[in-house]
Design a protein around this ligand. Structure first.
Ligand code: ADE
Length: 229
């Protein structure tokens, strides 16, 4: 069983259209769609936006379905001049940029439950997704750190800070939360994100313009990845 989580309707609608759904369960305010995709048993959920919604969904999915791996997919803001709208970012690791107990001497992003900042994705999983993407994804494929926080980033100064603090190449609002829950439960995870905006002063205009087109690019990639996991 493979779990797939997207935050917004636009991030799951096309996937659900490709699923042979056999049932569903509504628990903790989240609907879990059960079935097969590309011949693989899956559960797909729309968690809602932000770290708490993502954590509730992830923990519930783990307890209900015991997935071997959870994939977080959707759109993200690109960081840096090499990451453009329509590109794919496969996370090599996740951070929570708004977790900050630095006043107490911890590094910014330090997660006390895990005693670390960076939550890495196994390099074989990153390579598997990136290799599939080379074949099926229409756009540049990039690997790197994804920074998660309860903030839609639309500010050049904040972007530079995320790059400086964490070496982040993309920002979004769920991946680092899903990673933490998976780390705590001992479940594998991966995060793949199509770029919908550049997290800059134009992001509020770019996001609604490109979110659907970018989000839908993940469908073909996931259908190719699922049988290989
Ligand atoms: N998801 C897509 N674009 C984003 C941005 N700029 N900030 C946070 N999450 C996003």
């Amino acid at each position: 069983m493979i779990g797939i989580i997207g935050a917004m309707e636009v991030e799951v609608e096309q996937l659900l259209g490709n699923m042979q759904e056999t049932g569903s369960k509504a628990v903790s305010g989240v609907c879990f769609h059960e079935g097969t995709m590309a011949g693989v048993q899956c559960v797909v959920a729309q968690c809602g936006i932000g770290k708490v919604a993502a954590a509730v969904c992830t923990q519930t999915m783990i307890l209900l379905y015991h997935p071997q791996v959870i994939l977080c997919e959707g759109v993200a803001g690109g960081i840096g001049k090499d990451v453009h709208i329509g590109d794919l970012v496969v996370a090599t690791s996740l951070v929570q940029h708004d977790m900050d107990s630095s006043a107490l001497g911890d590094p910014v992003g330090f997660i006390s439950a895990l005693q670390k900042v960076q939550m890495p994705v196994p390099s074989q999983t990153v390579a598997l997704i990136a290799d599939c993407a080379q074949d099926v994804y229409e756009g540049h494929v990039c690997k790197g750190v994804i920074a998660t926080g309860d903030q839609f980033i639309a500010n050049n100064d904040k972007l530079h800070q995320l790059a400086a603090d964490f070496g982040a190449v993309a920002c979004e609002m769920e991946g680092g939360s899903i990673a933490q829950v998976c780390c705590m439960a001992g479940v594998d995870y991966a995060v793949l994100r199509s770029i919908s905006d550049n997290g800059d002063n134009d992001a509020a205009v770019d996001f609604p313009t490109f979110a659907a087109e970018s989000a839908h690019k993940n469908t073909a990639l996931l259908l190719a990845v699922l049988p290989k996991l």
